[in-house]
Design a protein around this ligand. Structure first.
Ligand code: ADP
Length: 256
């Protein structure tokens, strides 16, 4: 820990400078502690699927099994590998946002077509859970943004909307204008978010420990990726939610 500068007795310029440096040191220390915690949490998240994978495969090696048991255990292993791959992909993406400056390729982009692309990719999950998506577009003009990052944002928000919603419910995606800015809201009729979780869901690896949330799989990285991509593109991101009623995520795109 860095030693603090002793503050001179009189509140003069030197005093102000010393206390500013002390505040800076405090902020840096907090960032280092956060970083260490993140590394520990991420390692734990990586170890869990690896342990499951090892256990599942060891069972197959130890005793001769029926063909059906082989298929079952190998299927479980493949699922675990998929989970692990998704987790590693998300960690790499987050690391890229935090270290290297992202290259943006801004171009004319109709948000409606990005929404339809994402929905098209997610159609199997939507059909399986009989979730209807109501897309409302007030003939909004295209925005000027990076298609890859906008897709990433919409994909993560829609993935969550589907995941945390009951079968047979409706998700509404509405595009409209708020003054000179375009707005996209994604509303679900899902399990909602506790008020005490709302301030933390954008933190890397944070998952609500409410029972209904714990039963649904996830990495806790999606929204931190969304928040970073939004910051990069100057998109204002907001969330409103009521436990048991549903959640609304709002994207306000920069004007012009
Ligand atoms: P995860 O992979 O856990 O879904 P995210 O970073 O995408 O990670 O979300 C963080 C947490 O925020 C989730 O674990 C969940 O508790 C909560 N959350 C996010 N989106 C929703 C939603 N649409 N409805 C309810 N809870 C949500």
């Amino acid at each position: 820990l860095a030693e603090r500068i002793a503050l001179p007795p009189r509140p003069d310029e030197l005093h102000t400078l010393a206390s500013a440096i002390n505040q800076l040191l405090e902020r840096m220390e907090k960032a280092v502690v956060r970083e260490k915690q993140f590394t520990a949490d991420a390692s734990h998240e990586l170890r869990t699927p690896l342990a499951v994978l090892k256990g599942t495969l060891e069972v197959l090696v130890r005793k001769p099994r029926s063909a059906a048991e082989y298929v079952e255990n190998i299927t479980l292993s493949v699922q675990e590998i998929d989970r692990l791959t998704h987790l590693v992909d998300q960690l790499l993406l987050l690391a890229r946002f935090d270290s290297a400056p992202q290259v943006e390729h801004r171009q004319e982009l109709p948000v409606l077509s990005s929404v339809h692309d994402v929905l098209h990719r997610r159609r199997a999950a939507l059909e399986a859970r009989r979730i209807r998506v109501d897309v409302q577009d007030a003939d909004t003009p295209p925005i000027h943004s990076d298609p890859y990052l906008v897709d990433l944002i919409l994909d993560n928000l829609l993935d969550n909307a589907v995941k945390y919603s009951p079968a047979g419910s409706t998700i509404t995606v509405a595009l409209d204008e708020a003054g000179a800015r375009q707005r996209c809201t994604i509303s679900d009729e899902g399990i909602g978010i506790r008020p005490e979780d709302l301030g933390r869901i954008f933190d890397p690896l944070y998952r609500s420990d409410a029972l209904a949330h714990k039963e649904i799989g996830g990495t806790g990285l999606g929204l931190s990726i969304v928040a970073r991509a939004c910051a990069l593109l100057g998109i204002e991101l907001a969330v409103a939610s009521e436990l048991g009623r549903g959640s609304t995520f709002t994207l306000l795109f920069p004007a012009g």
